[in-house]
Design a protein around this ligand. Sequence first.
Ligand SMILES: NC(=O)C1=CN([C@@H]2O[C@H](COP(=O)(O)OP(=O)(O)OC[C@H]3O[C@@H](n4cnc5c(N)ncnc54)[C@H](O)[C@@H]3O)[C@@H](O)[C@H]2O)C=CC1
Ligand SMILES: O=C(O)[C@H]1O[C@H](OP(=O)(O)OP(=O)(O)OC[C@H]2O[C@@H](n3ccc(=O)[nH]c3=O)[C@H](O)[C@@H]2O)[C@H](O)[C@@H](O)[C@@H]1O
Length: 438
Amino acid sequence: MRMTVIGTGYVGVVHAATLADLGHEVLGADIDEERISALAAGIPPVYEPGLRELLQRTVASGRLRFTTDMARAARFAPVHFVCVGTPQLPGSKSADLRSVEAVVDALAPHLAPGDLIVGKSTVPVGTAARLAERLRRTAPGAGIAWNPEFLREGFAVRDSASPERIVVGVASGHDEAVLREVYAPMLRDGVPFFRTDPNTAELVKVASNSFLATKISFINAMAEVCDAAGADVLTLAEAVGADPRIGPRFLQPGLGFGGSCFPKDIRGFMARAEELGVGSAVAFLQEVDDINTRQRTRTVELARGLVGGAFDGTNVAVLGAAFKPDSDDVRDSPALAVSRAIRHEGARVRVHDPEALDNARGLAPELQYTLDVPKACEEADLVLHLTPWPEYQAIDPALLAAQVRRPTVVDARHALDAAMWRRAGWSLHAPGRPQPEE
Ligand SMILES: NC(=O)C1=CN([C@@H]2O[C@H](COP(=O)(O)OP(=O)(O)OC[C@H]3O[C@@H](n4cnc5c(N)ncnc54)[C@H](O)[C@@H]3O)[C@@H](O)[C@H]2O)C=CC1
Ligand SMILES: O=C(O)[C@H]1O[C@H](OP(=O)(O)OP(=O)(O)OC[C@H]2O[C@@H](n3ccc(=O)[nH]c3=O)[C@H](O)[C@@H]2O)[C@H](O)[C@@H](O)[C@@H]1O
């Protein structure tokens, strides 16, 4: 089957390559010319485990090609997946839908009756219905469906090839049949398929992200209570999560959630619910957001206390810049937010990350960066472990102790072996966990 994927960022490039790997003939389109030339040469625009190999394999097969010509894309196939960004509008909680609308408007004049636009971008409920209305005027007979994406960064290739479910919001049996054909190999493998109306499909996406964000903020709220009560949030999370009705996943306390989706999706949901007159139904998401932001502030406060009450003249080493490990994405990264706040208060901050330094440099040029962990920690008064890359768990704390001015570490992600670090002479602090007598 022929299809296009419009927008070749974290979602689009993985989706396009996955579809080509399923055997489809795929044309990826983007307005970013540099990105498209690199993709055509098999060079991925983002770091994602397994993506380079998948991209090179599918480009070499001839089933995956790229273009910046939207008219060519429109005429290439009868099915068009839209994977462009829907960031938070500056100064507002709402999602910015201009890229989605631009794509629909660019495709419309070239569509034939029966052609189908399939949105994968995360949008406020009602978007597909509004765009369908627009298409009725600009491309009579063309359809629009919504097929939200649930992949996680760091696992994007795996999640895309083996999704936990496929949700399609469609307006007709024809549109459902088209999407069943696209995903036929996955359906044969037993992936659950939910056919619904477009409004419900759009809501499934934001409801899922809201639930996951709520789970994270819940456990971080418990960490705050643990700190006050002298209890241990890691044991609490394990014991609470052992109830199968609750489950252990997404109960990892620490610095809270970041990235390009959870924060903007819960805010966009609140804004849309307000418009629909049901703001109070999801008002709890404001608390979820506030608890999340507070974890960053709490980490800065803990760090400030550990360097004697003020950052002026101190050296702080930061392990991790990406919003999560196995990603180079620094959009709304909690690690960078904490680093910047500390730098703003006068510390010299040196950041290590194995993959995200280029992106971090672009966003926070005031920080210093290095690809070498010992160098990041040289003469440090404090080490902050903010993104749990597996390689940080392999650090020899005894060797690192020789680099620093004071062997004090904050493990904001609960990923270091606390006993080993303490044995190596470190004072290790982990929010939500009792501090042993030193
Ligand atoms: N990043 C993630 O893990 C996930 C993201 N999503 C949703 O998917 C959507 C895309 O997210 P990302 O891939 O992270 O965004 P991104 O920012 O990485 O990529 C967006 C791409 O769209 C291109 N673009 C923008 N306007 C365009 C236009 N008019 N025509 C053609 N291309 C255009 C950009 O140049 C860029 O390459 C968002 O709605 C997001 O909420 C959903 C699930 C997971
Ligand atoms: O809509 C999206 O963009 C995607 O958002 C999340 O995926 P992602 O943001 O890539 O990564 P997650 O693994 O969900 O982590 C998000 C943030 O929460 C934090 N987190 C996660 C889990 C946890 O227990 N605790 C915790 O603090 C992570 O460190 C990270 O900053 C969802 O998991 C995906 O299903 C969804 O498709």
